[in-house]
Write a protein that binds this ligand. Structure first.
Ligand SMILES: Nc1ncnc2c1ncn2[C@@H]1O[C@H](COP(=O)(O)OP(=O)(O)OP(=O)(O)O)[C@@H](O)[C@H]1O
Ligand SMILES: CC(=O)C(=O)O
Ligand SMILES: [K+]
Ligand SMILES: [Mg+2]
Length: 527
């Protein structure tokens, strides 16, 4: 049975803070996206990540080739089978990312006050005096006095492996810079960030298209994470491209907001995208530090009201090398949940960190604690008011289901869905209990062969706060007759019981179609 907790706004007894939290089947309602890489690609570690609560695996093509990521993905599939934990796949594009080209991968020492030249001539060797980069347009984009930041991929800004440069002079295609701090660039991938300039490169590059049309198609990717989305047009263009690739017309696009250009066009991007990734790594460098939290609150709120998932990145950088987050990081994770985020995306922590499984587990625990004091009541009222009247039928059913579930203290909401729309709408009202979304497969044809829909829809709910999908047996007819409804409901209830979220005598709210009418019903279980 669902326990009521005090809200943050109510007086909390200090002693209650120390009470240990009951463990539950679901580590948290907030989802965790883990970036898989060198330290997280064995079947064993991936299985640990899944058990700790990772429900989306991110494959970042900023580094590594198709074969490397395929090998990791095969291991993920093995781990999914053996742990029986579902996991969605996210392909992250390179986009207009500026990188230092260091073919020999030697470490490079840079001395404060010395001069270093950035050159687009990629045949040159990287040295402490000359750094080849992958972009020919830098000299046109910068001017004297501009700041350039270089760091190991997914830098924090405080490592001794990252460096600030100041542009001193532009010499034809080269950019001459003064080094502001001593640093040693060690590692295989260095990215470059120039504050607040326009990079004249397409958002979906030719390399990205190649990766999507091969690796993406082969693996039926659930999500495309569109790096450096700057305009709604970028999303439309990516959507057109995906649509030309058969089943990938079902892939959802998550626009990554990583710079001020993306922030400026946020509203129009949100309209086109299926979800948003608040890429705080890059954006945190583009924005003045005192503005970062404001962007987060405003962007997450807009996503919530649109009923589209908001994913927050770069939360526990220090766990890349440590078993415990800093207090600032721990508080930051909780605040992301209180702000309304759906998912937390881990980058360096799982990719090259020493403790990928522990990181997922700790982040999940922090999320779960924050969820308990999330002011659902206030959130619900704000959302209803924002949506206004008249509501669509489905939205009114969805919000009523959430309200009923809270009023009767239901342990779960079970929602039948084919397109996933009904499940997403319920999640939009942020119920305090898990939502089992029972995806009913539908038979479809492309005039060559028949197949079932449903797998994409089920996996795509793995990034939405509170949604836990299960795929119904395709042998059940998709028509919502009362007989099929009853059989499918029984399977869902058994699944809930087996996983421990539903117990005898619990109340359960069910949202389904009976004939043509959508209904919300409350059932009370016996044994
Ligand atoms: N196979 C099903 N059996 C019973 N109820 C269903 C089924 N599929 C969806 N529903 C219910 O129908 C309503 C619409 O849900 P949703 O939009 O997710 O599914 P849909 O059936 O694909 O949509 P549409 O009504 O546009 O065809 C919701 O109340 C949902 O719970
Ligand atoms: C994850 C990422 O790309 C960022 O935070 O910038
Ligand atoms: K990337
Ligand atoms: Mg980034």
């Amino acid at each position: 049975m669902h326990v009521t907790h005090l809200l943050l706004e109510e007086p909390i007894r200090m002693a209650s803070i120390l009470e240990p939290s009951k463990s539950s089947f679901f580590p948290a309602m907030t989802k965790i996206v883990g970036t898989l890489g060198p330290k997280s690609r064995s079947v064993e570690v991936i299985s640990g990540c899944l058990k700790a609560g990772m429900s989306v695996a991110r494959f970042d093509f900023s580094w590594g080739d198709i074969d490397y990521h395929q090998e990791t993905l095969e291991n993920l599939k093995t781990a999914v089978k053996s742990t029986k934990k579902l996991c969605a796949v996210m392909l992250d594009t390179v986009g207009p990312e500026l990188q230092v080209v260091n073919k020999s991968e030697h470490s490079i020492s840079l001395e404060a006050n010395a001069v270093v030249v950035l050159t687009p001539d990629q045949d040159q060797e990287a040295t402490s005096k000359l750094l080849p980069i992958n972009y020919g347009g830098l000299s046109k984009a910068v001017k004297k006095g501009d700041t350039i930041f270089i760091g190991q991929y997914l830098f924090t800004g405080s490592e001794t492996t990252s460096v600030w440069l100041e542009v001193d002079e532009v010499k034809e295609k080269d950019v001459v810079c003064v080094i502001k701090n001593s640093a040693t660039l060690a590692g295989s991938l260095f990215t470059l960030h120039v504050s607040q300039i326009h990079i004249d490169l397409p958002t979906l590059t030719d390399k990205d298209k190649e990766v999507i049309s091969t690796w993406g198609v082969r693996n039926n990717i659930d999500f495309l994470s569109l790096s450096y989305t700057r305009h709604a047009e970028d999303v439309r263009h990516a959507r057109e491209y995906l649509s030309s690739l058969g089943d990938l017309n079902q892939t959802q696009i998550f626009a990554k907001i990583e710079n001020i250009e993306g922030l400026t066009h946020f509203d129009e991007i949100l309209q086109e995208a299926d979800g948003i990734i608040l890429s705080r790594g890059n954006l945190g460098i583009d924005l003045p530090p005192e503005k970062v939290f404001l962007f987060q609150k405003a962007a997450v709120y807009k996503c919530n009201m649109a009923g589209k998932p908001a994913v927050v990145t770069r939360v526990v950088d220090s766990m890349t090398d440590n078993l415990r987050p800093t207090r600032a990081e721990a508080t930051d994770v909780a605040n992301a949940v209180l702000d309304g985020s759906d998912s937390i995306l881990l980058g360096a922590e799982t990719l090259r960190g020493l403790y990928p499984v522990e990181t997922i587990s700790i982040v999940g625990k922090i999320c779960a604690e924050a969820e308990k004091v999330f002011n659902q009541d206030l959130y619900f009222k704000k959302t209803v008011k924002y949506v206004g009247e008249p509501m669509t039928h489905l939205e009114s059913i969805a919000s009523s289901a959430v309200r009923a579930a809270i009023k009767v203290k239901a342990s779960v909401i079970i929602v039948f869905t084919s397109t996933g729309r009904a499940a997403r709408l319920i999640a939009k009202y942020r119920p305090t209990m898990p939502v089992l979304s029972v995806v009913i497969p539908r038979l479809k044809t492309n005039q060559l062969k028949w197949s079932f829909t449903g797998a994409f829809e089920a996996r795509q709910s793995l990034i939405v706060r509170g949604l836990f999908p299960m795929l119904a047996d395709p042998r059940h007819p998709a028509e919502s007759t009362s007989a099929t409804n009853e059989t499918v409901l029984k399977v869902a209830l058994d699944h809930g019981k087996a996983s421990g979220v539903i117990k005898s005598h619990d109340r359960v709210v069910v949202c389904q179609k009976v004939g043509d009418a959508s209904v919300v019903k409350i059932i009370e279980l016996e044994d």
